[in-house]
Design a protein around this ligand. Structure first.
Ligand SMILES: Cc1ncc(COP(=O)(O)O)c(C=O)c1O
Length: 391
């Protein structure tokens, strides 16, 4: 497929090359708007386009579309899993208790502040179900991760989507100003998906401290361990000040256990109680996965390796995008998003036809591609394919 560039894009690319640096096109700030069922979800600035058929994932040589960790599960987690398969006939209540104990020590919060889930998706969705039964609105960033919000909207919730700032951080002032009497929850994804960008930790902490007095703040920290100094950026510490924050973490990313389904929520006991009214705590958990998660928590070497290799892959992709004159949003996660100067669906199909699965997003009516960091060999295949597809 030919790379089609309009005059503005050409100018941007050549100016950037001349300046020796790349200019990331800003995701244009649009006025705050409210989701309206009559208008439809496709009016969101960010929406993953429906993949043009036929896109066959089974033939992929590089699966770079779901932010999975190619190195996991850790050797210790695999062993724990195998050793525990034989106990699959028994419920995992005491194993759940062990995992909660370990998380409590790691996060420095009492055990009654922790709820396990089969992946953090489960906890995001349950939160939406219990909080939005009677409608209300949710204040969130745009673009951001939609899982909790989509579930909330099923229950007649409306969404107040606040565009990210020019440097792709949450616009905390506008988010705070957007709170009204019907606001049930603020959703923050930090680092943010799909942009990979971060919101400054101290600013976010100050925001959470004051705003949580009015409305609970949900902070989705699925990728926090990929940041430099990782968990030091977490909002978990606010719970010991009694603040009404709800933090979600997952074993799917840094631990490489996406298919084993373990995640957890750290929140005030009242919040945990509210969510567990809906379904019994920890009943969705798989005993062998719980033991794998416990083993993985101890495998610091594996976590460090995941982080270092992910960083190496990000550097490699940046370098190649720069050589190709393609801008990108610097990422603090295991994925990178960049704008396409070509038609999106054709690009996506072409990448898939070459065996490379990536994601396509439509932001401000322009196509952006998100690529997850795989192994270095997979990233080399991605770069080679990108060059072919955009040639
Ligand atoms: C920001 C964010 N939160 C939550 C999740 C859900 O992850 P899981 O259900 O595997 O824990 C994802 C998955 O990609 C994510 O990107």
């Amino acid at each position: 497929m030919k790379k089609i560039m309009n005059r503005r894009q050409l100018l941007r690319t050549s100016l950037a090359a001349a300046a020796g640096s790349l200019v990331v096109p800003q995701i244009k700030a649009k006025p705050l708007y409210q989701y309206d069922k009559k208008v439809g979800i496709d009016k969101l600035r960010i929406w993953e386009e429906l993949m043009a058929p036929p896109l066959d994932r089974s033939k992929l040589k590089a699966r770079l579309l779901a932010n999975e960790n190619p190195y996991g599960p850790s050797p210790k987690a695999r062993l724990a899993m195998m050793e525990n398969v034989q106990y699959g006939n028994r419920y995992g209540h005491s194993q759940s208790a062990q995992l909660i104990q370990a998380i409590s020590e790691l996060e420095g919060v009492p055990k009654d502040h922790i709820l396990l889930g089969p992946g953090s998706s489960d906890l995001l969705e349950k939160t939406a179900i219990v909080m939005f039964q009677n409608g209300g609105n949710i204040v969130m960033a745009d673009p951001s991760y939609m899982s909790l919000v989509k579930t909330a909207m099923y229950f007649d919730a409306t969404m107040k989507a606040v565009p990210l700032t020019d440097d792709h951080a949450h616009d905390l002032d506008t988010m705070e100003a957007s709170i009204d009497d019907d606001t049930k929850l603020i959703y923050i994804c930090n680092p943010n998906n799909p942009t990979g960008s971060i919101t400054e930790t101290e600013k976010l902490r100050t925001f959470c401290r004051s705003v949580s007095e009015k409305v609970p703040v949900f902070v989705d920290e699925a990728y926090i361990e990929f940041m430099e100094d990782g968990r030091s950026h977490s909002m978990v510490g606010l719970l010991s000040e009694g603040k009404n924050v709800i933090v979600c973490r997952t074993f799917s990313k840094i631990h490489g256990m996406a298919g084993l389904r373990v995640g957890y929520m750290v929140a005030l006991p009242e919040t945990i109680e509210m969510v567990t009214k809906l379904s019994r705590p920890n009943m969705g958990m798989n005993r062998a996965s719980i033991m794998a998660a416990l083993a993985s928590m101890e495998d610091k070497e594996f976590q460090e390796m995941s982080k270092v290799k992910t960083r190496e892959c990000r550097e490699y992709v940046y370098e190649n995008l720069e050589q190709m004159g393609i801008s990108y949003i610097p990422s603090h996660t295991s994925f990178i998003i960049f704008p396409l100067a070509t038609e999106g669906k054709g690009y996506l199909k072409n990448m898939f036809d070459h065996g490379v699965g990536v994601r396509l997003f439509n932001i401000d009516d322009a196509p952006w591609s998100r690529v997850s960091m795989g192994t270095m060999d997979e990233m080399k295949l991605f770069v080679k394919t990108l060059k072919t597809v955009l040639a």
